[in-house]
Design a binder for this molecule. Structure first.
Ligand code: TYD
Ligand code: MG
Length: 453
């Protein structure tokens, strides 16, 4: 086989060089060189379509509903937007050991009930190791084919020969193409391999799952372009110390983003958690100060989570502020609002905030929970255990309405809460009875009076 010519190109300005350079002589960017394939002269691009395309009237296009196959795991299906779409490429990222391989093997077991052959390409584990995992998960399907292979050409050959109904490539960082000289896992290799797998997926209508490693700073290793190439990006997250895992959508061309699926890692694989609120509240202390329940929303899913705070006298000059699970800057901002607008003296206090269960909440509706918890701990007054809160706090101490109030209230009532203290902007709009007492508040003072009786 003739070797394809490659060169190195700066990703920020496009400067080309036959050798790798640490610093671009043209735009002075550091570490920006990536190996690229040289396009042979005569061909203008490697991905030229074979047929000529014509512009079409939007009206004239017939809508087709994409074909979806259920993985047999409801939580996974929901995150995908209702099942696996044929011809789509799905990137599953996550820390090592979080359970990506386990999830995909279990999804294969579910898929195999409805499809033909399934191909599991593993560049990391031997077939024996995968067999051991399958035994542990009691998966015994005659349709799952294992392929220990890291060469892209080998994988594509096998996929063409076997014609599977779905394929997993575990992981994309171990795959390499002979056309590039750089090592597997490098930006050039990962991008090239993903693009070629994508092309194959689209051509043969084959859904492909790519497993991607996560770097120390939390993004999927390799280029960000990988996220642009694929149809769906899922992150599998969780805390090592806890057994549950959250599958989160970052991008989905076939469904909504911000959807989550919750699983629990047991000794027989991942189990779906269909009622997460109960799980997160199961060990909640009663009548203790510094604990509040917030009705949060994760995608379309309401979730009741407990926020804890510990406010204590500072022993050293500088007060310490720590937050786990919520944005640190947000917490500092809310502490300032409490000082200025609600008259709490927190200047000489250490403040620690934690979301129970290792969850991460980014939506602003959590603000009221943080304020209530800090005030509760600061004043040594417990929040009544059957009361929940949600709402955003503005800098002048006003409480702002948040989205999907009814959905949050429904979940709270379902779990057994009797009172909800919420923004009056939301409370005024609620018409139907929600089976829960609703208290609308306008500012921090009103709020603290209502919540810390
Ligand atoms: P794995 O799927 O190999 O993670 P990844 O592919 O993301 O690296 O799962 C690894 C962890 O899950 C491993 O530490 C063992 C644990 N595990 C269980 O607790 N129960 C099980 O049934 C299985 C299969 C794995
Ligand atoms: Mg793995």
């Amino acid at each position: 086989m003739a070797k394809t010519k490659t060169f190195f190109q700066c990703q920020s300005c496009g400067y080309g060089s036959p050798k790798w350079l640490g610093k671009c002589p043209d735009c002075n960017a550091w570490n920006s060189f990536v190996e690229e394939r040289e396009v042979p002269s005569g061909r203008k691009g490697s991905f030229q379509p074979s047929t000529k395309t014509e512009p079409i009237l939007l009206q004239a296009i017939e809508g087709i509903s994409e074909k979806r196959t259920s993985t047999g795991i409801q939580e996974f299906d929901r995150v995908l937007g209702g099942g696996v779409v044929s011809g789509s490429v799905i990137l599953v990222g996550g820390d090592p050991g979080i359970g990506k391989s386990t999830l995909l093997l279990q999804a294969f077991a579910g898929l195999s009930k409805k499809t033909g052959k399934l191909l599991y390409v593993s560049g990391e584990e031997s077939p024996q190791q995968i067999k051991m995992r399958a035994e542990r998960l009691s998966i015994d399907s005659e349709k799952i084919i294992l392929l220990p292979e890291t060469s892209l050409e080998g994988i594509l050959d096998a996929a063409i020969k076997i014609k599977p109904d779905a394929m997993v490539v575990d992981s994309i960082q171990t795959v390499f193409t002979q056309e590039l000289q750089s090592a597997p896992g490098s930006v050039g290799q990962v991008r090239e391999c993903a693009a070629r797998l994508m092309l194959h997926a689209k051509r043969s209508d084959l859904p492909v799952f790519l497993v991607g490693h996560v770097t120390k700073d939390g993004s999927i290793a390799g280029p960000r372009v990988l996220e642009h190439i694929v149809d769906t990006v899922l992150y599998f997250e969780g805390d090592r110390g806890h057994s549950y895992r959250v599958l989160r959508t970052m991008k989905n061309r076939f469904g909504s983003t911000n959807e989550i699926g919750i699983f629990e890692m047991s000794d027989a694989g991942l189990r779906e958690v269909s009622n997460p609120s109960e799980l997160f509240l199961s060990e909640r202390p009663q009548n203790v100060s510094g604990s509040t329940v917030v009705a949060c929303l994760e995608g379309t899913r309401p979730l009741m989570v407990e926020i804890q705070a510990l406010v204590s006298q500072t022993n050293f000059g500088m007060p310490r502020r720590t937050s786990i699970g919520v944005d640190f800057n947000r917490v500092n901002l809310l502490i300032a609002v409490l000082e200025k607008r609600a008259g709490l003296h927190l200047g000489g206090m250490d403040i620690f905030i934690n979301i129970v269960g290792g969850l991460k909440i980014i939506e602003p509706a959590v603000d009221l929970g943080i304020i209530a918890t800090i005030a509760s701990s600061g004043r040594e007054k417990p929040v009544e255990p059957r009361t929940c809160v949600f709402g955003e706090v503005g800098l002048s101490g006003e409480i702002r309405a948040v989205a999907q109030a009814e959905m949050r209230l429904k979940e709270a009532a379902k779990i057994g809460f009797e009172r909800a203290v919420i923004p009056s902007g939301n409370a005024d709009k609620i018409k139907a009875k929600q089976g829960i007492e609703i208290i609308g508040v306008r500012n921090c003072d009103e709020f603290l009076k209502a919540v810390l009786r």
